[in-house]
Design a protein around this ligand. Sequence first.
Ligand SMILES: Cc1ncc(COP(=O)(O)O)c(C=O)c1O
Length: 440
Amino acid sequence: MSAEVPSAGTDLSSADLHAAITDPVLLSMNILNEVAGRFPNAVPFAAGRPFGSHYDIARLPDYLDRFCEYLSAERGLPGDAVTQTLFQYGRTKGIIHELIARHLALDESIHVDPESIVVTVGCQEALFLALRTLRRDRPDVLVSADPTYVGVLGAARLLDMPVHPISEGPDGIDLDDLTTQVHRLRGERLRPRACYLVPDFANPSGTSMPTPARRRLLEIAEAENLLVLEDNPYGLFSGGDRLPTLKSLDRGRRVVYLGSLAKSTFPGARIGYVVADQRVANHDGGITLLADELAKIKSMTTVNTSPIAQAMVAGRMLAYDCSLEAANAEETANYRRNLRLLLDGLERRFAQNKSMITWNTPVGGFFVVLTVPFAVTDELLEVSGRDYGVLWTPMHHFFAGGGGTNQLRLSCSHVTPEQIEIGLDRLTAFIRAQSHKAAG
Ligand SMILES: Cc1ncc(COP(=O)(O)O)c(C=O)c1O
């Protein structure tokens, strides 16, 4: 079939490019980033960015020195090998896997062979590698808690892997619905390959799964022969006792653990990782780690993750003996305070209107979801930024199967206590005006 003739003055037609390009899912990130850029003075309840009180260029040389010292003292590399490690192409699975394994053992009670870790360009690449590897052909689908992180919807769309939504309640993914949907999909000759979810302080909903539900999810995964993709960028930022990760409870190698170091070190390094300790039977009778299969795909996408970026992040980890919980003590306290201020502020402003305006009360993480009596569109976000000076995220972007039309997400990670007060006053004015309008 020949390509479409582009209109005058253009060279290509989007109709001839991958269909994902015109899919609204791929526009979501840009819409949200772009609106923030246009209203720089608006209070940013939209961005899920870390606050970064430790960001300081003067610390970077120290991070680098610490990592080089680690390479020579702990790994026994001679000087020239240290130089080559930093300046050359590198190991596909990364060079900080042992440090990540140490952090996982210390902070998450996850004990894995460092060989089962692939260091990636952000968690986004980890997601992409996992989905690319699991999607063999057309019947392969992903099931996901709904609403879900927009990055997983985008990655799946790029890979032509349909995402089937599983409803979510106040305790996270609905496990009865998960079983029902998996059976239904199989009845339609589809192959649910994995279930994606964020069990701790989910993005966007802020919900967390209680421990018994985590155990039950693992039992279902075992019974249904399903992998679980556990994405955990926010678990460290708890307002109280931390719950066990799914991976730490996993005895049957059902969980592929997706890690992001963006929030726990700094996103500018773009470092994430995946723990894939599943054993893969090969056609020649051999057995490999799923991590090694992911690495084959990585070798043809990003080749290897920048060693310099890995060194910077590792230097910060080494400064805290690989405990990211310790490294983030101040950040965690700030996020916890902000979340309390946000929830208290909502209570003070909307306590009388709870029949119309409601919100959930997460116990950690960055996000709170507000339900309002009007449709929350991208156009209204524009109005809110321009006329009221406050930004938030329309929830409809996070639903695979449609939904969230009356909801907005507030993030408390990148604001000061003063901004929270000002932002909530502005948000209240905006919500009152829109509610009046909707009531006619
Ligand atoms: C749930 C979730 N997963 C993954 C990511 C992406 O992480 P990274 O910046 O490491 O690619 C984010 C970022 O906001 C997220 O919220």
